[in-house]
Design a protein around this ligand. Structure first.
Ligand SMILES: [Zn+2]
Length: 569
């Protein structure tokens, strides 16, 4: 994800809450985390425990002590190993899987997305006004009231709203509301005034200010014009930042994540997480990639990698191009649906190589956002040159998205031990139009998970939240089916690239562990590994994939600590 402080992030959020609202899964309230009692083991007994350990792939019981797995096996075996003092938790018909990790998300983006007034599902502009009128203080940033998720197609008039719809109710309060798709903002008159948008404001490159017949702005900003609002929005206070980040972490635990790889963390968020990690307040593991795009990178370079209790920083995130939907992805040949356009590199090849060299020299793994085939080629050329020059072949570098790739680059990625950090729900979101953008030939190397695997690449799966929902069950579903939630297209899109249930589960567990240098420590359930696991109402490997869409997360356990517990039905 690459976005301004507000515009694209807000849009993405709107996507997130919009989608969440349409989801039938009831999200139970979290209960306070249960502290593990040192010394006394806990035994969890379930219908099925998927260990991802080839020597014993399925078990019925699992004992945990001091944050680690003590024993795995049959109920009798595990009870015997745990001894008479053990606490026994009966999980009934549930399935236990190793801790699920989202290998590519943005915690600060999710944090911002969670606090705004939710406008998805509104059936009229009136309803929007009434939801805004009862907004909690947390929905304000400075004096600005923030909301999102609206879709004018849900309202009787189907036309874009205007500032006038909000001005009577909010004459002095600036209001900014993101559209459900993340591509437009709706501002009231006061917000337009503060952003200094009037008749004389020109449309920025790649953006549009909707106007009335008199040339006056109507209050809707499209695409890059959203940055005009971003530029004047006050940043959140420290208290807001902390409350939101905490809400994002709790949200992740609630959806069954025991870990998140944060793809480009700002320094302020990192400092806060370092403090919380020291205080033992983190509910899940965070593998942070330093933001290598902004000025924060200088400090990260100075500090070097960091290893806390649940917080790790030993990667840097660099971003080479944009996204396919907005034709920002850098392609080697023009877009099939825009012949004069090839997208743009966000860093010059020289600048990218210089940053790779600096961070690798400081002991960081390099994780590069590359969507278009030109960007992917440049990543591989640069990393291979760096490895050649320094003789350091152990970097285990990651390509974030690895979305549109030439066949020879798929081969190079796999052959050199790089990780393909891919997002199953991006494929299912993009499948209606991806081939229109790149044509029938290049699509063969797009979202090509089985080809990447066949080339030897480890797949680490994620969601890119808040661009997509941080819903790991939806990710498992998309990985297995390459279908949308209504089962379209029949058989799945490019069905030969689907993952099996076990491969999908591996991507969110052992693949994520490998991508963060934690193989052997996490990702499986076997004695000696960290006791990170998730209890689900369904079996994600053998059960019907569609069941994942209505499945429940019952329990999330990180380092032996129950960090989320679904309320009893
Ligand atoms: Zn991202």
């Amino acid at each position: 994800m690459m976005r301004g402080r507000f515009g694209r992030t807000l849009g993405a959020l709107l996507l997130l809450v919009g989608a969440a609202a349409g989801c039938s899964r009831r999200v139970p309230e979290a209960t306070p985390a249960q502290e593990a009692v040192s010394g006394a083991p806990t035994v969890y007994v379930a219908k099925r425990i998927r260990t991802l350990d080839a020597s014993r792939p399925v078990a019925q019981a699992l004992a945990v002590r001091d944050g680690q797995v003590l024993a795995v096996g049959s109920r009798e075996e595990v009870l015997a190993a745990a001894g008479p003092a053990a606490r026994v938790v009966e999980l009934g018909d549930a399935t236990v899987v190793p801790g699920l990790t989202d290998s590519h998300g943005h915690l600060a983006g999710l944090a911002a997305a969670l606090v705004r007034v939710r406008l998805e599902g509104t059936t009229s502009r009136d309803e929007v006004r009434s939801r805004l009128s009862s907004a909690p203080p947390s929905a304000y940033q400075g004096e600005w009231l923030l909301g999102g998720g609206w879709d004018q197609n849900d309202w009787p008039e189907k036309a874009f709203p205007t500032h006038a719809d909000l001005d009577a109710a909010f004459p002095k309060t600036p209001v900014v509301l993101g559209r459900v798709d993340g591509h437009a903002l709706w501002l009231n008159g006061e917000a337009l005034r503060r952003a200094r948008i009037d008749k004389n404001t020109k449309d920025p490159q790649g953006g549009r200010i909707l106007r009335g017949p008199d040339g006056e702005p109507t209050g809707v900003l499209v695409d890059n014009a959203m940055e005009l609002a971003d530029a004047v929005l006050p940043p959140p206070t420290e208290e807001q930042r902390a409350a939101r980040l905490n809400a994002a972490l709790e949200h992740c635990a609630r959806v069954g994540l025991t870990g998140v790889h944060d793809a480009g963390m700002d320094l302020k968020t990192f400092r806060l997480l370092q403090q919380w990690d020291k205080e033992g307040r983190l509910p899940l593991r965070i593998y942070a990639m330093a933001d290598g795009q902004t000025a924060d990178r200088e400090q990260y370079l100075k500090d070097g990698p960091f290893q806390g209790k649940l917080l790790t920083m030993r990667a840097v995130k660099l971003t080479l191009d944009g996204a396919l939907g907005s034709r920002g992805a850098a392609l080697g040949a023009p877009y099939s649906d825009e012949p004069a356009h090839q997208g743009l590199l966000l860093l010059s090849p020289e600048e990218y190589a210089a940053r790779v060299h600096a961070f690798v020299g400081r002991g960081f793994q390099v994780a590069t956002h590359a969507i278009g085939d030109r960007a992917n080629t440049l990543v591989l050329d640069t990393l291979l040159k760096e490895m050649e020059a320094t003789g350091n072949k152990e970097g285990r570098h990651r390509v974030e998205h690895a979305q549109i790739m030439r066949p020879e680059d798929i081969t190079r990625l796999g052959a050199n031990g790089f990780v393909a950090s891919v997002q199953p729900t991006h494929a299912t979101s993009d499948m209606p139009w991806a081939q229109v953008r790149v044509g029938p030939e290049r699509i063969q190397g797009a979202y090509a998970w089985q080809k990447l695997k066949a080339a030897g690449a480890v797949l680490a799966l994620g969601s890119d939240f808040p661009v997509e929902r941080p819903d790991v069950l939806a990710g498992l579903y998309a990985a297995r089916t390459r279908q949308d939630a209504s089962g379209q297209p029949p058989g799945g899109w490019q069905p030969d690239q689907r993952l099996s249930g076990e491969e999908a589960l591996e991507g969110f567990t052992v693949g994520a562990a490998y991508a963060s240098f934690a193989e052997g420590k996490r990702g499986q359930l076997k004695p000696g590994q960290d006791a990170d696991f998730v209890v689900l109402s369904v079996d994600p490997v053998d059960g019907p994939a569609a069941d994942l869409l209505t499945a429940q997360v019952r329990l999330t356990v990180v380092a032996g600590r129950e960090v989320f517990h679904a309320a009893a039905p």
